[in-house]
Design a protein around this ligand. Structure first.
Ligand code: HAM
Length: 426
């Protein structure tokens, strides 16, 4: 038997309802903030990511799914969405007006070691905003992230962490200072950090292997910000405070992608173990120019859908279920009558699961119970003859018999009473 590839999984029908629920929440909230969907290709040129994400990032160094197509072009499966959004922004820039607000949603691919919350094909929901330069945009984006987390019921489980990574003016001198300091501690660093000391010393700050006391004593970016970066950070903190949004300053957060300037943020959840970031993002003001476009500030984030779903309490999101389960127990005439009624109910906009496998009334009612539909429409020989239907409200057990013309109206009235098919507690 051929199985799925390691780190890759199906989303079976029992789970897909929760995915759809999450996607719909995200789309609704993004629209409230003026974002429209951008759909980019699943594969791009390798160079797009090596330039945007950075040659020394883990993603480019060892995680991309790279292949050569039959024409000899070096391509890869997209490991993230920001570089593609930037490419699309630049490629079609003649038609763009600023601000340009886009969101995306879909599969990303990284050859990482699979573990809880970490897959080789995973799914992100992300937003990118091109144009605004000030901290107001960063604050609005964090408000959006927190609103989405609240909407899906997990805000309480998540902490927003913020930091500033400076800009090319102040990061260079800070990097030198940090490297000099780390050189003096070289012997105490893990093998990986010793290797990246010259290539990417900032990554030492968020290395999980290093001793906490050593990290606490390292020089911090925050103490080396230039005037512009410090004012930006203060501005952001002021906006978050005035909005009453909870956050924590994390001076050790550096992010694994090289394109960030100034603001960086992550939403981290305690219950997830080592892979605890459910959302991450920041400002990347230099990237559009670096990729060949006209210099344009930008800020964005992406969330890992698998991780969000792990946190969403099963009970909060009812599995997608039909409004009506239709039971037709009897001969072919009864079944044909049932099928016609199912179509009538669907015509009226209701979702109907009809029992299609025959069997006794009793066994069909068992299936009706298992389906979680709030109401069963029941037809036997007598109902078919008299052009009537019986309906049973599954929660209360209440039952009534009606003339067929009143069916749609009765089910609709009851559906209002029983709540919607996807029901989320506030
Ligand atoms: P990132 O931190 O690489 O940032 O990924 C963002 C989120 O995607 C992570 O916080 C995590 O929830 C999820 N994620 C990443 N890798 C995996 C994986 N292997 N398995 C499951 N989930 C994963 C970015 O991708 C940036 N493009 C974010 C951004 C957008 N910055 C600005 N705009």
């Amino acid at each position: 038997m051929i199985q799925t590839v390691r780190g890759v999984r199906d989303i079976p029908p029992e789970e897909s309802g929760r995915w759809i629920f999450l996607e719909e929440c995200a789309r609704r909230i993004f629209a409230q903030y003026g974002y429209r969907e951008l759909r980019t290709p699943l594969f791009e040129r390798v160079e797009l990511f090596s330039r945007a994400v950075g040659e020394t990032s883990d993603i480019v160094e060892k995680e991309m799914y790279v292949f050569e197509d039959r024409g000899g072009d070096a391509l890869c499966l997209r490991p993230e969405g920001t570089a593609s959004a930037v490419r699309s922004f630049i490629e079609n820039s003649r038609h763009r007006t600023l601000p340009w607000r886009v969101y995306y949603l879909g599969a990303m691919f990284r050859y990482e070691r699979p573990q809880k919350g970490r897959y080789r094909q995973f799914h992100q929901i992300g937003c990118e905003l091109f144009g605004p330069e000030g901290p107001l945009a960063d604050a609005e984006m964090m408000a959006l992230v927190l609103r989405l987390l609240r909407e899906i019921g997990i805000q309480g489980a998540v902490t927003l962490e913020i930091n500033s990574l400076g800009c090319p003016v102040c990061r260079g001198p800070y990097r030198e200072r940090l490297t000099a300091h780390l050189e003096s501690l070289r012997e105490r660093l893990c093998g990986n950090c010793q290797r990246r000391l010259t290539r990417n010393p900032l990554r030492v700050l968020d290395c999980k292997e290093e001793d906490a006391a050593l990290l606490q004593d390292l020089p911090r970016m925050r103490d080396h910000l230039c005037g512009g970066c410090e004012a930006h950070f203060q501005g952001l903190v002021g906006h978050l405070d005035r909005l009453g949004l909870p956050y924590r300053f994390n001076p050790l957060m550096v992010r694994g992608l090289d394109y960030y300037h100034r603001t960086a943020f992550e939403a981290v959840a305690e219950g997830l173990g080592a892979q605890n970031a459910v959302a991450a993002g920041g400002r990347y003001d230099g990237l559009v120019a670096e990729m060949g476009g006209v210099s344009t500030p930008a800020v964005g984030f992406a969330m890992g859908m698998e991780r969000l779903l792990m946190l969403m309490d099963e009970a909060r999101v009812a599995a997608a279920r039909a409004d009506v389960y239709l039971v037709a127990a009897g001969d072919g005439v009864v079944e044909a009558y049932g099928l016609r009624l199912a179509e009538t109910l669907r015509e009226a906009g209701l979702s109907v699961e009809m029992h299609l496998s025959g069997g006794s009334m009793k066994s069909q009612m068992k299936h009706a119970g298992r389906s979680l539909a709030p109401v069963a429409v029941i037809i036997g020989q007598q109902e078919a003859q008299e052009q009537r239907v019986a309906i049973k409200w599954m929660e209360t057990g209440e039952q009534q018999t009606l003339p067929v013309e009143r069916l749609v109206e009765a089910v609709r009235a009851g559906a209002g009473r029983a709540g919607q098919s996807v029901n989320v507690e506030s």
